[in-house]
Ligand binder design. Structure first.
Ligand SMILES: [Zn+2]
Length: 156
């Protein structure tokens, strides 16, 4: 279905439907191609690219849903131009990061919550209502950061 221009929370973004290659005509910051390839087909994630300031570089962000929303249906609405703010009510924005568990030392590639200007008005509600990964899947140690998704285990 491809990529589509969209406005989320007053912010113009380029939205990529599930499985779509994240191509842009200029370099994109915070884009890690191996992790992006894994996230492209994730049923809880959709990728967007946007420009935080008028002259700043493009930035990649990952919108994450933890409540079982159908993102293939969202893709259809995006393609048809019929989305509303309600479609993004439960999403939290994230970026990729390598995190090492302080309990067992295992390193994970994760998606963690970051700021997105389109969600800034109700960021606290979004984080509170979201289902986060609160413990290390390898050893059970509690994690304090907002981990949205484990993309893959790197070692350990
Ligand atoms: Zn651990």
């Amino acid at each position: 279905m491809g990529a589509h221009n969209l406005i989320i929370g007053g912010v113009s973004v380029r939205y990529f439907t599930g499985g779509e290659a994240l191509d842009a005509e200029e370099p994109v910051q915070y884009l890690d191609p191996p992790e992006d390839a894994l996230l492209a087909g994730n049923a809880r994630v959709r990728r967007i690219v946007f420009r935080p300031l008028s002259k700043s570089p493009l930035v990649a962000l990952y919108l994450h849903w933890s409540g079982g929303a159908s993102l293939t249906e969202l893709d259809t609405r995006v393609a048809a131009g019929t989305t509303t703010e309600e479609d993004f009510h439960d999403a939290v924005a994230g970026q990729t990061l390598v995190r090492r568990c302080r309990g067992c030392g295992t390193r994970f590639s994760i998606l963690y919550a970051v700021e997105f200007p389109g969600f800034s008005r109700d960021r606290a509600r979004r984080l509170q209502e979201h289902g986060h990964i609160t413990h290390c899947p390898a050893c059970g140690t509690g994690w304090t950061a907002y981990v949205l998704e484990i993309i893959r285990r790197l070692d350990g």
